[in-house]
Design a protein around this ligand. Structure first.
Ligand code: TNX
Length: 487
């Protein structure tokens, strides 16, 4: 059965006759199937907040769930099941009982290195929700631009939003547009997790409010990268359009900095119904470790004061007084370095749990192989589809198992990517690996590369029909019909 992510329990009913749809093409077949399904909310029964049951036979199609989210996921499964056989559109007979392994199943979009219009973000939400992902983390600020209107600090967008990597136009979301994204995500059962990355990655703040930032700290590595890529080094007071990291910082010993952050996270808390605000905390290379620890602890307390739970990249685990329950996001490699493991485990001692984003498996901005036009390779070389599938969050950091893991997230950094088609080509099919690792039980017989490869290949025609570009990786046998509308 060609479902991604693999359902928890699938009964073998392959002998039973399919449900035939009297449709002309895939779109209308899907529409007919979704219209015909009989949905019922049922109490209890162990289906949890997102689980569902789905039955299909010749005569009827029926789903049950305890929540609207569960019914929504039954619809996503049904959409994937619609297929063509012997010239007819059908839904194969099915008896499925399904629920996710992890509560948090995210994707991140970096709208700072390149800015993406609301319509692109909505399209990305649709794609992710179709794979039962339920969190959209938006990386809203970085050295290259500030992307969210903050009413109490208007210069952030007035002065620091109009550029992006490579010098192209930037942009920002008004608060009304941000609310529109949040509402659209909610209608697909996704939360939005806004990130303001501090204390590093803040050259844009230096354009808007220079008095709150320190001068760029440049190393030989920055100069070498600038020479290699032919990019300018950051210049105080001027927009930065290269992609070196780790040179900028807020002033950590100035009270005014905390005034800014209290206002920024306060406004974001008002705008964001989801439970999390992300404070970044990665790659603060130009800062003193003690100052860094005190800073991220204080910012986490500011966020906790808004009633939200802070999330931080794993480096922040080094801080001694994070707000209780702060979530750590691991972005090291599948084989964790000892210092990364230590920093990540520190969140547990503080009552927090972990989101896993191992860069050499789940970073959607890595090249597939040396010939991929877009993307980066720093995470241990290119990431094949097989590698994107070959990991488990419970195997990465010793001492962090099933119960300590909140979930997984696939980040998409956008230094090399400027359009929806670019996003699609790097994300698909590897985003499906992340979705399956977040949703499907680890011990499922379907949780193998061979099974996944076959099921993903069968989704090619659906993606093509939906207008989703995807990388026709030679690792996968794409089903006939996968080339419709391809570029
Ligand atoms: C690392 S992952 C970063 C980003 C870059 C990305 C490129 C992380 C927390 N920081 O600033 O965009 O690599 O792959």
């Amino acid at each position: 059965m060609n479902i991604v992510p693999a359902p928890a329990v699938v009964q073998d009913v392959s002998d039973a006759a399919p449900h035939v749809l009297d449709a002309e093409d895939r779109d209308s077949a899907i529409e007919m199937a979704l219209d015909a399904i009989d949905e019922e909310l049922v109490a209890g029964d162990g289906l949890g907040l997102e689980g569902y049951r789905l039955y299909v036979d010749e005569l009827a199609m029926r789903s049950e769930a305890a929540t609207e989210a569960g019914l929504f996921y039954a619809r996503q499964t049904l959409t994937q099941l619609v297929t063509q056989r012997d010239g007819q559109w059908i839904v194969p007979a099915a008896a499925i009982r399904d629920q996710p392994r992890f509560a948090y199943r995210g994707v991140m979009l970096d709208v700072a290195r390149h800015f993406f219009a609301v319509e692109v973000v909505k399209a990305f939400i649709d794609r992710a929700a179709g794979l039962k992902l339920n969190a959209l983390h938006l990386h809203l600020s970085d050295d290259q631009g500030w992307r969210i209107e903050i009413e109490s600090w208007p210069r952030l967008t007035e002065a620091a939003s109009s550029t992006s990597v490579g010098g192209g136009p930037g942009g920002f979301y008004t608060q009304a547009q941000y609310r529109e994204i949040v509402a659209y995500a909610a209608s697909r059962h996704m939360i939005v997790v806004p990130e303001i990355d501090v204390p590093g990655h803040t050259h844009a703040v230096a354009i808007a409010y220079p008095e709150l930032t320190q001068a760029p700290v440049l190393t030989e590595a920055h100069r070498a990268l600038g020479r290699e890529l032919g990019q300018e080094l950051p210049i105080p007071g001027e927009p930065y359009t290269g992609w070196a990291v780790g040179f900028s910082s807020l002033k950590m010993n100035d009270e005014a900095t905390y005034g800014l952050l209290a206002d920024v996270f306060g406004e974001l808390a008002e705008l964001t119904p989801g439970p999390y605000l992300h404070l970044g905390g990665d790659e603060a290379l130009g800062t003193d470790p003690e100052d860094f620890g005190a800073f991220v602890a204080r910012v986490s307390q500011i966020i906790a004061g808004t009633g939200k739970t802070p999330i931080a990249w794993h480096e922040a685990g080094a801080a001694s007084a994070l707000a209780p329950g702060t979530i750590g996001q691991y972005w090291g490699l599948r084989r964790a370095a000892p210092n990364n493991s230590r920093e990540t485990r520190a969140f547990l001692a503080n009552g927090g749990r972990i989101i896993f984003s191992p860069a050499d498996a789940v970073y959607l901005d890595m090249k597939y192989d040396e010939s991929t036009a877009l993307g980066l390779t720093w995470a241990d070389g290119p990431t094949s589809v097989e590698r994107s599938y070959s990991w488990d969050p419970a195997d990465i950091v010793p001492g962090i198992g099933e119960n300590e893991i909140l979930g997984i997230e696939a980040p998409f950094w956008t230094e090399t990517v400027a359009t929806l088609a670019d996003i699609d080509l790097l994300a698909f099919p590897r985003i499906a690996s992340a979705a399956e690792i977040g949703w499907s039980p680890r011990d499922s017989v379907l949780r193998t590369w061979e099974s996944f490869r076959d099921r993903v290949g069968a989704l090619g025609p659906l993606w093509a029909a939906q207008g989703t570009q995807f990388h026709r990786s030679p690792e996968i046998d794409w089903a006939p019909g996968s080339n419709a509308g391809s570029s």
